[in-house]
Design a protein around this ligand. Structure first.
Ligand code: NDP
Length: 244
């Protein structure tokens, strides 16, 4: 039997890229997945495909910047399956630009989704996991959580924050609850589609040529989740061989 058979895994940002790949892989290994994102049509299609392959998936429209929606998302998982084993805080956006372009509205949105969204996930999941006496947060950071690239300053700042939050969360509640930070390098997804700055868009187009499949990151997530309860995988960095 798979080590994650029956685990209840709630995934934010499950409508594309890494979240979608994780949903497919984890469900194929027997996890019961709860899919959240704003594009409900995508989620419904994905849930139907997982079910057609013999898996278990439900979905719920979710904007992670709305605390009440994050609370409702976790509540739905608990109402349907009686518990939550893993919350995969994956939703993120990356509208890159140099600071001097002053795209302040894009800075705000990155902070809202990439930082506040993760914190709202913790706020919703932590009381449930504390009550259960177990649980696992898997937070998606980035290689941008370790060093800053020009034009990615604000994005990297949000990912440094995810790293700090993951580290602090583990130090505070790590004796009951596992915390894993997964940091991808450049990976195939829709992440770069939101870039409005022409220079950053061109740079990323070139840079993303070496992207690895989203399924490679899903494998890292699976590895962390399938470990026995006494094993907490703290951090995993996965990047294209060509970027080393
Ligand atoms: P995608 O753009 O393909 O996926 C991002 C997901 O986040 C989508 O499902 C999107 O769904 C969701 N999302 C965005 N805003 C919100 C919101 N307000 N509420 C709920 N969901 C939201 O990109 P990736 O799969 O690449 O991104 C996943 C994570 O991986 C992100 O945190 C990203 O920063 C990180 N990452 C990705 C890398 C890469 O090269 N791809 C490298 C390093 C880190 P919807 O629009 O339907 O809401």
């Amino acid at each position: 039997m798979s080590a994650i058979q029956g685990k209840v895994v709630a995934i934010t940002g499950a409508s594309s890229g890494i979240g979608e790949a994780a949903a497919r892989l984890l469900a194929s290994r027997g996890a019961q997945v709860v899919l959240g994102a704003r594009r409900e049509d995508r989620l419904e299609k994905l849930a139907a495909e997982i079910a057609a392959d013999g898996g278990t998936a439900i979905c719920q429209k979710l904007d992670v910047t709305k605390r009440e929606q994050m609370e409702a998302f976790v509540r739905t998982a608990c109402d349907r399956f009686g518990r939550i084993d893993v919350l995969l805080n994956n939703a993120g956006i990356m509208p890159l630009s140099p600071l001097e372009s002053l795209k302040v509205e894009e800075w705000d949105r990155m902070i809202d989704v990439n930082v506040r969204g993760v914190l709202y996930g913790i706020a919703a999941g932590l009381p449930v996991m504390k009550k259960q006496g177990y649980g696992h947060f898997v937070n998606i950071a980035s290689i941008g959580a370790y060093s800053v690239t020009p034009s990615a300053t604000v994005y990297c700042a949000t990912k440094y924050a995810v790293r700090a939050i993951s580290d602090g969360l583990r130090k505070e509640v790590g004796s009951d609850i596992r915390v894993t930070q997964v940091s991808p390098g450049v990976t195939e997804s829709e992440l770069a589609d939101s870039i409005t700055d022409e220079g950053a868009r061109q740079f990323m187009k070139e840079y993303r040529r070496i992207s690895i499949p989203a399924s490679s990151i899903a494998q890292a997530i699976l590895f962390a989740i399938e470990q026995p309860p006494e094993v907490d995988v703290n951090e995993i960095i996965v990047r294209p061989t060509a970027s080393a």
